[in-house]
Write a protein that binds this ligand. Structure first.
Ligand SMILES: Cc1cc2nc3c(=O)[nH]c(=O)nc-3n(C[C@H](O)[C@H](O)[C@H](O)COP(=O)(O)O)c2cc1C
Length: 241
């Protein structure tokens, strides 16, 4: 309940024991059909980190902390198959049934990693921005077909203590037996917007006059080049049909 994303780390590298404990905790997450359909790549090469931090415009990614790149990975499942079996597996592996399993497995593993880091007294932030130039990252990490980078997790010794971000009221996310009316939900969201406006105006850094619902309405109106992502996934063998 004490979680907050940490984006500023002290210049203290993680020990091998800490890195392994975080990865082992990630591995203990539940896994759909026990496919364990993810891989985790520690990005330690300073030149790569530098380039990635420039692409994503996040200097703290380069400066400190250990950067884990979490990838959905359906390729490992094929490695012990012969060529004919690999052909037979292609349709299933590229289908829209399997990719969500890999994404879910990866997300659960990443959340376990964050919780493990926090329980070791470290701080962490999940970073979708590492995939801003997904083809570049794919090339740099030499990712084979069926392996797709989803996000990074930066972990380090915290050098900040940001305020905890208020969450939606419980009544806006937990319902018994059926989904509530729009009117009920809107009332809870209105109350939450007031909370969030107060939080954004008063937090210790990056103050702004904003609220939760309006920020997302504005964000979701923006055009996203989804075609490009679809093309990238198709190129990885993931037709998602
Ligand atoms: C999939 C995912 C991607 C995220 N990407 C970024 C990111 O690129 N940059 C960033 O600063 N935070 C990123 N975050 C962190 C969220 O902004 C953060 O979790 C959210 O604002 C709630 O704040 P808290 O984690 O401090 O409670 C990401 C979180 C998730 C789950």
């Amino acid at each position: 309940m004490n979680h907050r994303s940490i984006r500023k780390f002290k210049n203290i590298p993680l020990t091998t024991m800490q890195i392994e404990a975080i990865v082992r905790a990630a591995q203990m997450a539940s896994s759909s059909r026990f496919m364990q359909a993810y891989s985790i790549i520690g990005l330690t090469d300073p030149a790569l980190k530098h380039e990635l931090s420039e692409i994503t415009k996040t200097p703290y990614m380069e400066e400190n902390g250990h950067l884990f790149i979490f990838c959905a990975d359906l390729q490992r499942l094929t490695l012990m198959a012969d060529e004919q079996e690999k052909q037979e597996m292609r349709i299933m592996l590229g289908s829209s049934a399997l990719y969500p399993i890999a994404v879910t497995d990866t997300a659960l593993a990443a959340q376990n990693a964050v919780l493990a880091a926090e329980s070791l007294g470290l701080g962490a932030v999940i970073m979708g921005s590492v995939t801003q130039d997904i083809r570049w990252l794919d090339r740099m990490l030499s990712l084979p077909d069926y392996v797709v980078p989803l996000f990074g997790v930066a972990v380090g010794v915290p050098d900040q203590q940001p305020e905890i971000k208020p969450r939606l009221p419980l009544e806006a996310v937990y319902f018994e037996n059926c989904y509530p009316s729009e009117r009920d939900l809107q009332a809870h969201i209105q109350a939450y917007d007031d909370d969030m406006r107060h939080y954004y105006q008063n937090r210790s850094g990056n103050n702004r006059n904003a609220c939760w619902s309006r920020s997302h309405i504005e964000l979701l109106k923006l055009p996203i080049p989804l075609d490009d992502m679809t093309e990238y996934l198709h190129g990885k063998g993931l037709n998602l049909t």
